[in-house]
Design a binder for this molecule. Structure first.
Ligand SMILES: [Zn+2]
Length: 215
């Protein structure tokens, strides 16, 4: 069965997720945003205490707050890094602005794998469908587990809000389109685990999100 644990890291209050299969013990880390030693420690302790075998580090998109802990996780768990095919430029840019944002220790990790909508993200007996949902960032991906009705949505859709579109590669209409033609095709009772803030459901956002509700 799929298990999910979330952590809130850093000044951006970014949500980092560990997803794992409690049968096999295999799991992945989505968007490791840890940077400070105590944050790294918190992630490490959870993985160690639960005896999770991390098989991959995955980013929904590559803004700084979502990739800060890539290097720590990759080295500590000896796992490959997979980033969205369309996020390479966004990822490469991070090292140039990280010091300005107050993260001088940021180190760009080597990319081991590019993933896109045609792939399936597998660990243990779990398979996650991949959706391309650009707009907040050009190659942004979301991950959906049909059986547990869970979607890891990154910075596309938030409880009562949507991702910002004023960063390089962002586009408001593209984002709304991704929400309407991809996210909102998921069943209403799917829980969306967001890149920031609390989880929400597709049904709730369809009904009441001030930016993208279907009226
Ligand atoms: Zn972002």
């Amino acid at each position: 069965m799929l298990q999910l644990e979330s952590f809130v890291f850093g000044p951006f209050q970014e949500n980092t997720y560990v997803l794992y299969d409690d049968n096999s013990g295999d799991g992945i880390i989505l968007d490791p945003g840890c940077y400070q030693d105590h944050e790294n420690q918190q992630l490490l302790e959870f993985v160690t205490d639960n005896r999770i075998n991390i098989t991959k580090i995955v980013n929904t998109h590559c803004h700084i707050d979502h990739v800060l802990g890539n290097e720590f996780a990759k080295v500590k768990f000896n796992a490959p890094l997979a980033i969205p095919e369309g996020e390479q430029e966004v990822y490469r840019a991070v090292k140039s602005y990280a010091p300005v944002y107050g993260f001088p220790k940021y180190k760009e990790s080597e990319i081991d794998e590019f993933i896109d909508e045609s792939d399936v993200l597998r660990f243990g007996e779990i398979s996650l469908e991949i959706m391309l949902v650009p707009g907040h960032s050009p190659g942004h991906l979301a991950f959906y587990h049909k059986d547990s009705k869970i979607c890891i949505g990154g910075d596309v859709l938030f409880q009562g809000s949507i991702g910002r579109t004023d960063l390089p590669g962002g586009d408001h209409q593209t984002l709304i389109n991704s929400i309407h033609t991809k996210m909102f095709l998921l069943p209403d009772d799917v829980t969306v685990y967001c890149g920031h803030g609390p989880p929400t459901t597709i049904g709730e956002e369809k009904k009441s999100n001030p930016f993208c509700a279907l009226v």
